[in-house]
Design a protein around this ligand. Structure first.
Ligand SMILES: NC(=O)c1ccc[n+]([C@@H]2O[C@H](COP(=O)([O-])OP(=O)(O)OC[C@H]3O[C@@H](n4cnc5c(N)ncnc54)[C@H](OP(=O)(O)O)[C@@H]3O)[C@@H](O)[C@H]2O)c1
Length: 215
């Protein structure tokens, strides 16, 4: 069975998955790049940019799992673009002409539009659908591979609440954001549904893995 997986989702100590004040060129608002500095130092990240170098330790080993065995992604409207992107009929996402997904990507939005085919195998599809229906469509498109739930915090929370997420890798970063969108609000007793493990690395982050019990 194709699994629904979350990878490299970074939160602050106070649980925020993004800051306040998203705008073009500021996808994390006042958080800036602080949630992902651990990842920018990895070989995985350098290689994504076509470069050499970067650390090959534990942070890299976790980061690399992001793309393994993935055939489609689901993301929220807040990840696809800054507030108001739905008002721009020419908007094509925040990643340029060759986005790093290389697979079908299903964008959940209450204002859907026709699909957009990008270079490198990424096609953005826009869905106004329940989490379960969106997952069914993404699974059909994933060709037997797993589906990644790319964020942001709102849709991850919604899919977890519906019991749809099989595996989750959350990275707790030692910063306090104070404001933004929290990942865990409204969820409780996650430990009853998931086996949870934690690994802290020299960069100062803690990798948390959540594996759904009995799946
Ligand atoms: N920390 C990380 O590792 C990480 C990773 C990825 C992204 N992010 C950040 O997360 C932020 C975005 O997160 P977010 O929580 O604000 O938003 P989000 O989870 O990306 O998207 C939520 C939005 O998606 C639409 N939506 C959700 N469920 C829907 C459904 N069932 N049907 C139709 N539309 C639905 C709604 O938008 P509309 O009503 O407007 O259509 C809703 O406001 C960005 O700042 C991004 O940079 C962080």
């Amino acid at each position: 069975m194709s699994r629904l997986r979350v990878h490299n989702f970074a939160i602050s100590l106070d649980g925020f998955g993004t800051g306040e004040g998203q705008a073009p060129g500021r996808p994390f608002g006042h958080a800036g790049e602080r949630l992902h500095e651990w990842m920018f130092a990895t070989h995985y990240w350098y290689a994504m940019g076509g470069g050499e170098g970067g650390g090959t330790g534990a942070d890299d080993a976790f980061a690399t799992m992001h793309g393994q065995g993935i055939g489609a992604e689901i993301m929220g409207a807040g990840k696809f673009g800054p507030p108001g992107w739905q008002d721009d009929p020419g908007y094509r996402g925040a990643w340029g002409p060759n986005p790093p997904f290389h697979s079908p990507v299903f964008v959940l939005t209450h204002r859907p539009r026709p699909s957009i085919e990008m270079r490198g195998g990424t096609t953005f599809h826009f869905l106004d659908a329940s989490p379960a229906d969106a997952l069914k469509q993404a699974r059909d498109a994933a060709g037997g591979l797993d589906v990644r739930l790319g964020g942001g915090p709102t849709i991850i929370r919604d899919f977890v609440a519906e019991g749809l997420v099989d595996h989750m890798h959350v990275v707790q970063v030692p910063i306090l954001l104070g404001r933004g969108v929290r990942l865990w609000d409204g969820l409780e007793s996650l430990e009853e549904a998931y086996d949870i493990e934690a690994v802290s690395t020299p960069s100062g982050v803690t990798h948390l893995t959540f594996t759904a019990k009995g799946r």
